[in-house]
Design a protein around this ligand. Structure first.
Ligand code: ADP
Length: 284
């Protein structure tokens, strides 16, 4: 009687184990496929500028008696070389945010400094397009995290806002502190404590609902030609998403096609995280 009862209990456990194993294998296969796709994408992205450079250098040699053509080809070589440099730099950034634990050298980071840095990075492009950038609400806000990674994330959002907007529009950056959803709330991303929200709003081309689901994937671009024209690599938002997640935060997008987009970064507040960490260490 007892053996029967035991086997009756073990049998469903066994089938559940098999199911878990199958799910594990499927997950392993999915990860392998993602990895293979990534390598294929990187190879393709590297081939485009290196192929162009090789053709252009041949063209330069053939045009040695035509100084005007040489100058023209050299200019295009410079563009391709810059593209290659950008791609390699973004790949290094991506691998860094994927492999380094950002909280190992985390510190309270001033939001107004992050914003000033991000604006600085896009100042040149913005001024050639007569785009005004304005920030507000960022005073006295502190987020908890890796300064370099947070700066890269916000910098990418502002850069995109400028790149995907027409001339004479406005890019706004707004900071605010919000109470965390916390216990019983709907968001899984946060524990108790305050949250800092940094929203980057543009009056640009916008993003369709279908594309909004995919833009955070590595190398996904709505319009590859447009992205390339602005020096884009298709890796920026993948970096932003990774940085947000590894900091215990999130990035979300709201957009209306033809009207503009808002990308919102939500990150744990410095004070709240510190309080929580020290509360956890206190003997009960
Ligand atoms: P890229 O280097 O191409 O800008 P990202 O990963 O930063 O790569 O963005 C992926 C794609 O998402 C872009 O190619 C663009 O199509 C779209 N995108 C990103 N930000 C915006 C924005 N603010 N407005 C409209 N489209 C955007």
């Amino acid at each position: 009687g007892e053996a029967l009862a035991v086997s009756a209990r073990v049998a469903p456990l066994g089938s559940r184990l098999v199911l878990l194993l199958v799910e594990d294998l499927t997950e392993a296969r999915r990860i392998e496929a993602v990895r293979r796709d990534f390598v294929a994408n990187v190879s393709h992205e590297l081939k485009t500028p290196t192929g162009a450079l090789s053709l252009l250098s041949e063209a330069v040699m053939d045009a040695s008696d035509d100084p005007e053509a040489v100058t023209r080809f050299a200019g295009r070589m410079q563009i391709e070389a810059t593209r290659l440099t950008n791609l390699v730099q973004e790949l290094i950034d991506l691998s860094r945010v994927q492999n380094d634990d950002p909280l190992e050298d985390a510190e309270p980071v001033r939001v107004d400094e992050l914003v000033a840095e991000a604006i600085d990075r896009s100042r040149h492009t913005a001024s050639t397009k007569q785009i005004t950038m304005a920030a507000g609400g960022t005073a006295d806000l502190y987020v908890w995290g890796n300064r370099g990674q947070l700066a890269a994330a916000l910098g990418n959002l502002v850069e995109n806002a400028v790149n995907y907007s027409p001339a004479r529009t406005r890019v706004g950056i707004a900071g605010r502190r919000i109470a965390a959803p916390g216990g019983g709330g709907t968001s899984q991303a946060f524990g108790p404590g305050g949250l800092i929200e940094i929203a980057v709003t543009d009056q640009g081309i916008g993003i369709s609902e279908k594309d909004r689901e995919r833009i955070f994937e590595r190398f996904y671009r709505v319009d590859p030609a447009r992205s390339r024209a602005t020096g884009g690599t298709g890796l920026g938002l993948a970096i932003v998403k990774h940085v947000a997640a590894s900091h215990g935060g999130e990035v979300t997008v709201w957009s209306s096609e033809g009207q503009g987009s808002t990308f919102t970064l939500r990150l744990p507040e410095a004070g709240a995280v510190r309080d929580r960490a020290s509360a956890g260490r206190d003997p009960v």
